[in-house]
Design a protein around this ligand. Sequence first.
Ligand code: PGA
Length: 255
Amino acid sequence: MKTLIAANWKMHGKLDWVDKPAEFRSLFRANDVVDVLICPPAHMLEIMVRACAGHGISIGAQNCHDKTSGAYTGEISAQMVADTGATYVILGHSERRAMFGDTDEVVAAKTRAALGAGIGAGLVPIVCVGESRAEREAGQAEEVVGGQLAVCLSKLGPEDADGTNLVIAYEPVWAIGTGLVPTLEDIATMHDHIRGCLTTRFGVKIADTIQILYGGSVKPANAKEILALKDVSGALIGGAALEMDSLAAIAAAVE
Ligand code: PGA
């Protein structure tokens, strides 16, 4: 399985960031083991698709609506994201859950809309799950994440997840943007748990091919040990993905 290094730019970036893919490639050469994805704000999707095409970097959105079109002021549909040439969409990020009402049920509908040529937009959803600090301290982290996964993936049929069109990101809420990171053992335990949930849901053959990313304060300094863990198939990176030298250093940490 290839390792996915995914940059979540959040609400950062201007059109002149279009030079960043070339800068990244001058620092990290394409290879057979690492896929690189940049998720810029919506206004940059199309221009970034063009800028990244020559560099083998994929582009994704940070959110989409579950309806195809309609009177939803300020929203962007999965089809519109696909229309830009973007191929991925982050769904259920904890900031969306905390600030914009993205419940597990909403994430399920968006995941359904994003996936599946014919039914949905043909995007690869990166479905984010993760526990809060209080939930971890109460010993409920695995239960919470398992529950989130069960609902978020509830609208998918066996035809939807062939392992190449679905990505899961484990992002403990308390680790995002804080500099705090779970122990390697806790990350490994959670990724193993998520793999188990996916196996129950889709069967071992499909589950074993679904990439499970870790996200939350990934930096060049900790990337190597996190990415070396079994069942960690990549990283979703916020702050450290804004500068191409640190994003390249994280990509270079993939063994
Ligand atoms: P961070 O953000 O790397 O800045 O912690 C990760 C994310 O929100 O996806």
